[in-house]
Every structure is written in C-alpha cells, then in structure tokens.
Design a protein around this ligand. Structure first.
Ligand SMILES: CC(C)(COP(=O)(O)OP(=O)(O)OC[C@H]1O[C@@H](n2cnc3c(N)ncnc32)[C@H](O)[C@@H]1OP(=O)(O)O)[C@@H](O)C(=O)NCCC(=O)NCCS
Length: 155
C-alpha cells in the first residue's frame, strides 16, 4: 500500500545543514542516478528484483516528465569523492511539489544525507513560494517513513 504524505511549508522548518557536496540536479546526472537508484533500493521493501537497466528506465521516465515536470532548482544531488551518493528528486505533480524520489547509496545510509537533502529542498521550495510538499511512500518502508515523519510529513 502506498501512503500519501504532505508537509506544510508555511509552518516552522528545522534549519537545513550545509553540505559542500550538495549541488543542483542536471540532466547529465541520469546514469549516476540510475546507479544510485539500484544501490539504494536493493533489498528494501520496494525491491521487486529490478536490475540496473530498469533503474535507468525509471530515471529516464522521471527526467522525461513521467512524474510531472522536474524541478531542477529544488532537486539536488549530494556527491562524495566525485560520486553521487544521495539524491532528492522533486517534480511538480498536479500543481504541487512532489518528492518523486529520495535515495541514498547503500554505503552512505544513516549518516543524515537524506535528512539534510530533504530539508534543503524544502527550504528552496518554501523560498520559491510553495506552501506544501507531497510524496508517496510504501507502508512498511520504515527508513523512509521515519525520515518523513520526523520532518513533519503527515498522512
Ligand atoms: C529512505 C532513505 C532515503 C534514507 O536515507 P538516509 O540518508 O540513510 O537517511 P538519514 O541518514 O538522513 O536518516 C534520517 C532519519 O531517517 C530515519 N531512518 C533512516 N534510516 C533508517 C533505518 N534504517 N531505520 C529506521 N529509521 C531510519 C531515522 O529517523 C533517521 O534519523 P536518525 O539516524 O537520527 O535516527 C534511504 O534509506 C534509501 O535510500 N532507501 C531506499 C530508497 C527509498 O525507499 N526511498 C524513499 C522512497 S519514498
């Protein structure tokens, strides 16, 4: 079951940490995002056995507007040692900002990268005038549910 969550942005938002490895998303990140997606989702509740080529197709779908137009300014990737290890991919879906994907490389999980990236993305959205942000999460995806609920997303 997919849970739809929303976070009001006109309510207080924790400060976003700086990250020297954070930068705006670029269309040329497609292959790096596919590698990241494959690593991040492997072994999670959302893993249905897809391989690297399915991950690339999913990234191409996202960048092609399949989840709404990509908001390159609000989205970000985080690099470590020249490699993309985390991404917050934001689109505009049915007129509202949507966090279409948040993902962290399996070797970089639980170090606060997604929390920091999501907070920076929310601050950028708010600075751009958005009053809420939406996303969908699979019920039982405990890491993601905990991350979102800790940042004030509610169902
Ligand atoms: C969900 C995901 C993006 C979190 O990335 P991350 O960089 O490891 O997350 P953070 O280190 O910023 O964690 C922030 C908070 O999220 C929660 N969290 C993250 N991983 C968790 C885990 N394995 N178990 C329980 N809570 C977890 C915790 O509340 C954590 O805060 P804490 O470490 O102070 O307790 C990552 O697990 C991932 O890539 N999962 C696969 C892709 C996915 O399911 N994306 C979400 C789709 S809706």
């Amino acid at each position: 079951m997919r849970r739809k969550l929303v976070r009001q942005l006109d309510q207080p938002l924790p400060a976003a940490p700086d990250d020297k490895g954070s930068r705006a998303l670029r269309p040329s990140d497609a292959e790096a995002l596919a590698v990241l997606m494959f690593s991040a989702y492997r072994g999670t509740v959302d893993d249905a056995g897809e391989g690297p080529s399915e991950a690339r197709a999913e990234v191409d779908r996202l960048l092609g507007g399949g989840y709404g137009g990509v908001d390159f300014a609000a989205s970000e990737v985080i690099e470590r040692d020249g490699r993309v290890v985390c991404a917050m991919l934001v689109t505009v879906y049915e007129g509202l900002p949507l966090v279409a994907f948040s993902m962290t490389d399996r070797d970089w999980k639980r170090r606060g990268l997604a929390r920091g990236g999501l907070l920076r993305a929310m601050h950028r959205l708010r600075a751009g005038g958005a009053t809420k942000v939406q996303l969908a999460v699979t019920a039982g995806n405990t890491p993601a549910e905990n991350l979102y609920e800790a940042l004030g997303f509610v169902g």
